[in-house]
Design a protein around this ligand. Structure first.
Ligand SMILES: NC(=O)c1ccc[n+]([C@@H]2O[C@H](COP(=O)([O-])OP(=O)(O)OC[C@H]3O[C@@H](n4cnc5c(N)ncnc54)[C@H](O)[C@@H]3O)[C@@H](O)[C@H]2O)c1
Ligand SMILES: [Zn+2]
Ligand SMILES: [Zn+2]
Length: 362
């Protein structure tokens, strides 16, 4: 089942921070205690890599005040097959298919013990794949066993790489709202995370999803996925149009995956009375009138960051049981050798998700 590496070196993607992605040669790594060597099956390109590393990482500081990107192999959305294990590894073995949860936490602080490695409070030991330690844009990756989530047979490596970040994020945002089959969902921003929210909400029984998007190229792609019932253009009439689509009531659950102040205003203004809002998009501001828009409507606002280890595992089960595939939101799969072109596409706002698939085209 497992293909042991036959070479001693490999190419990996380094991001110099000048809007290019370059391939460098690296020694093939060996797993240490508690670690596994993974043959990467797929590794997604994330919007945060574009915004905070690809275009110029030196200005984006980490907790220690130094650049958050440490010049390592990029890619924090890997999925693949275990090919070798280091001492003390007992939960996974060669041949196992896994998703890599993208942050290694200390495992001991309050957040790590709750499974939220993303919020690990130990600044020294918290390390993100593709930022502070080598990531998935390479044929092989060293992963901590503690970050390996089993990937069910029903799901592909590309599915797994999407779950590692965007789908995990959307899942957490939705479970905070306790979304269910009686809800109508509004999603602002129909990029990979917004589409993930639409797909997962359907797994929870939601029958109607209304999306708001501002980019025409994206809208055509989204139509093709069939994940969104009504697509509203993000213009001055967006709230009015959503209210008309819902008989004047608005949507009972509304998610912002646009990361923009106007997108957030739409979800707040078009959410129904007693509605639940979930903020997923990073950056910028939330600007809203308070009394009529929030208090008098009895609105609850949630904000979440990625998900927990268990949340990610629960999500794999939900998707597998529902017979759906996150890779539906992928518009481009490209080999590692074309990483520069792949990053260019993602940075230019590709219609859907861009994923590097090492080896598939070799
Ligand atoms: N909370 C988390 O843990 C977490 C994790 C991953 C990503 N994110 C964030 O989620 C957001 C979405 O990620 P993505 O990869 O889908 O990004 P993306 O940039 O591909 O998608 C954002 C979409 O929003 C659209 N948009 C922008 N302004 C809009 C507006 N006013 N109204 C409607 N649509 C608008 C854009 O055209 C784009 O299609 C980003 O901000 C990303 O940083 C958050
Ligand atoms: Zn990501
Ligand atoms: Zn911790």
């Amino acid at each position: 089942m497992s293909a042991s590496p036959t070479t001693t070196t490999m190419s990996g993607v380094f991001l110099p921070g000048d809007s290019t992605a370059v391939l460098r040669e690296y020694d093939l790594p060996q797993p240490g205690p508690g670690q596994v060597l993974l043959k990467v099956g797929a590794s997604g390109i994330c919007g945060s890599d574009i915004g905070y590393i690809y275009r110029g990482y030196k200005t984006h500081k980490g907790l220690d005040g130094a650049p958050a990107y440490h010049g390592v192999i990029a890619g924090h959305e890997p999925a693949g097959t275990v090919v070798a294990t280091g001492p003390g590894v007992h939960r996974v073995g060669p041949g196992d298919r896994v998703i890599v949860y993208h942050i290694v936490g200390c495992g001991e602080c309050r957040n790590c013990r709750s499974g939220y490695f993303i919020s690990c409070s130990d600044e020294e030991r918290r390390k993100s794949y593709g930022w502070q330690r080598d990531g998935g844009h390479a044929p092989y990756l060293i992963a901590e066993e503690s970050t390996c989530i089993p990937l069910p047979q029903e799901l592909s490596f590309v599915d797994g790489s999407l779950i590692a970040c965007g789908f995990g994020t959307a899942y957490e945002g939705l479970i905070r709202t306790a979304v269910n089959g009686s809800d109508t969902l509004l999603v602002a921003g129909l990029g990979p995370v917004g589409l993930a929210a639409a797909m997962i909400a359907r797994c929870f029984g939601v029958r109607r999803v209304i999306g708001v998007e501002r980019t025409p190229g994206r809208i055509d792609f989204v139509r093709g996925t069939g994940l969104v019932d009504d697509i509203v253009l993000a213009d001055d009439n967006a709230v009015q149009n959503i209210l008309e689509l819902t008989g004047g009531e608005g949507c009972s659950v509304a998610v912002d995956a646009s990361g923009s102040a106007p997108g957030r205003s739409v979800v707040v203004d078009a959410v129904a009375e007693w509605g639940r809002v979930s903020l997923l998009g990073e950056g910028g501001r939330l600007e809203t009138e308070v009394s009529d828009s929030l208090l008098h409507k009895q609105v609850t606002i949630h904000a979440s960051w990625v998900t927990s280890l268990q949340g990610m595992q629960d999500l794999t089960g939900l998707l597998a049981r529902s017979g759906v595939h996150p890779e539906l939101v992928v518009s481009h799969r490209m080999p590692l050798e074309e990483a520069d072109a792949a990053y260019r596409l993602a940075a230019a706002g590709a219609e859907g998700k861009v994923v590097l698939v090492p080896g598939e085209f070799a």
